[in-house]
Design a protein around this ligand. Structure first.
Ligand code: ADQ
Length: 460
């Protein structure tokens, strides 16, 4: 099997520490462990005079190559273009897009430098797999440098409707570069359809007989590969940690009250403001819930250098204070709000104990927490997943309680219904969801994607 070269914005070093909060790491580490290869990414430190070569090291049986950049380029690329333009754009938040030509320039320079420093690492029969919105032009930059190996791309975020994507100034400079890949992977069929619609109607791509696209003399395929979780492992962790000290402490602290749980990176796409509002509505509209339910929201901060992230953090702190100030009793705190990370084992134990899992993003590529919550449940007494219709996961987990997260009343009603759901209905809904989570797990995702990529290479 050919060696795999994974390239992503950051590498996650597999050194046994608590898992990173990002969704990308889990699948990539598993793929590299299986085939061997190198994970290439930013090393975490910027330098006024960056090094001419990637820094190589090995950890947890994985080979890494890290690249550094000037502070100005990295700022423009990461905080500027990737997280202040592409992220809000892909999550349908046009009002938050802060486009500057300078940031676009930094994004292009950083992608070119990724290509320059990756080039010497490559062998002729490598398979290259580029990850996510930070590195869209990288395939094109590698091709310009003569790379003929097969290159795949996977977008972890949604791909928006073409009217939204094409509102990006100079969108074709970004959009056209996707044709340099052999396979472009999306989370859902509707993301894939949005992209094809854009490629055909805005870029002039044509569909060829076998379903692939032709654009600017290149032929490539665009397909959906819904990402999954390591379902068997999560189920095992959850079962084992049911009696772990942290889960026992959590259980004791609740004194028999029902637990609703949310676990999200602190990001405006995750719908946390609306979710806090819905919890307040639950306590207002259904006063019998007071003192009988606790909502625990775990939300580790990310991207603190982008203004919108400090703003949402401040809003959530105010909202949490407002809810607890208004409803708490001397022996009951309705909302527990924690800005920190936990190990995967502990989270799995918390998920299993929670009666309700709240996954209500305003828009999300997939949302792995939804699948982790399902995988962690006790088959004899499963909890209920309340899931946003705008998470990619809703295409597969349609037996969850599906909600529109913008409707605070609908969300409050779903919480109320979930808390009272009879056992047979809970089991029925959970079984259907678990079947999908197990069948389309993380191994299925990467095997499918890599097999498609290798097949494209043979065809080429
Ligand atoms: P994210 O936006 O980061 O991922 P998500 O899919 O939910 O969102 O993945 C987050 C991961 O981090 C989960 O595995 C979760 O358990 C973990 N995590 C979150 N908070 C944590 C905490 N406090 N402690 C420990 N672990 C924590 C992006 C896209 C998603 C897409 C994934 C994968 O935005 O739409 O599903 O990539 O493609």
């Amino acid at each position: 099997m050919s060696r795999l070269i994974v390239i992503s914005n950051r590498v996650t070093v597999a050194d046994g520490r608590p898992a990173s909060s990002g969704g990308l790491a889990v699948g990539v580490l598993a793929a590299l462990r299986e085939t061997g290869g190198i994970w290439v990414g930013f090393g975490g430190e910027t330098r006024e005079t960056p090094s001419d070569t990637a820094k190589r090291f090995n950890a947890g049986r994985i080979d890494y190559a890290t690249i550094d950049f000037t502070p100005a380029d990295y700022q423009g690329y990461y905080n500027g273009f990737a997280n202040s333009v592409l992220w809000p754009l892909f999550h349908y938040r046009l009002g938050l897009v802060n486009f500057t030509r300078a940031a676009l320039g930094a994004y292009q320079r950083v992608n070119a430098r990724f290509a320059d420093l990756t080039l010497p690492l490559l062998k002729p029969d490598d398979t290259i797999w580029v990850q996510d919105y930070h590195l869209i032009p990288l395939g094109e930059e590698l091709r310009k440098r003569g790379v003929t190996q097969s290159i795949g791309f996977f977008l972890h975020t949604p791909f928006p409707a073409r009217q939204v994507f094409s509102s990006l100034p100079r969108h074709n400079l970004i959009g056209e570069t996707l044709a340099a890949y052999d396979v472009v992977g999306f989370q859902t069929q509707s993301d894939r359809n949005n992209f094809v619609d854009y490629a055909v109607n805005n870029l002039g791509a044509t569909r060829i007989a076998d379903g692939r696209l032709r654009l600017g003399g290149r032929i490539f395929s665009a397909e959906a590969f819904p990402i999954g979780v390591d379902a068997d492992n999560i189920a095992e962790f959850a079962k084992r940690s049911a009696e772990s000290p942290s889960v026992v402490r959590l259980r004791d602290s609740l004194q028999g009250r029902d637990l609703m749980i949310g676990v999200d990176r602190l990001d405006y796409s995750k719908g946390l403001i609306e979710r806090f509002g819905a919890f307040e509505r639950l306590l207002t509209r259904f006063p019998e819930r007071r003192k009988r339910v606790t909502y625990m929201q775990i939300a580790p901060p990310t991207r603190a250098d982008v203004a919108e992230y400090s703003e949402i953090r401040a809003k959530l702190e105010a909202s949490a204070g407002h809810i607890n100030g208004g409803f708490a009793e001397y022996d009951w705190m309705p909302l527990r709000y924690l800005n920190r990370s936990f190990t995967r084992q502990t989270l799995a134990g918390f998920f299993r104990y929670a009666r309700v899992g709240l996954v209500t993003p305003l828009r999300d590529g997939m949302n792995l927490v939804a699948k982790e919550y399902i995988a962690a449940q006790d088959p004899a007494d499963p909890g209920v997943l309340v899931l946003s219709a705008f998470a990619g996961a809703a295409e597969q987990l349609d037996s969850a309680l599906i909600v529109n997260p913008y409707d605070v009343d609908e969300l409050a009603e779903a919480m109320d219904r979930a808390l009272d759901m009879p056992l047979d209905e809970r089991q029925d809904r959970w079984r259907k969801a678990m079947e999908s989570v197990t069948r389309q797990d993380i191994n299925h995702w990467r095997n499918n994607l890599l097999a498609t990529l290798r097949a494209a290479r043979i065809r080429a």
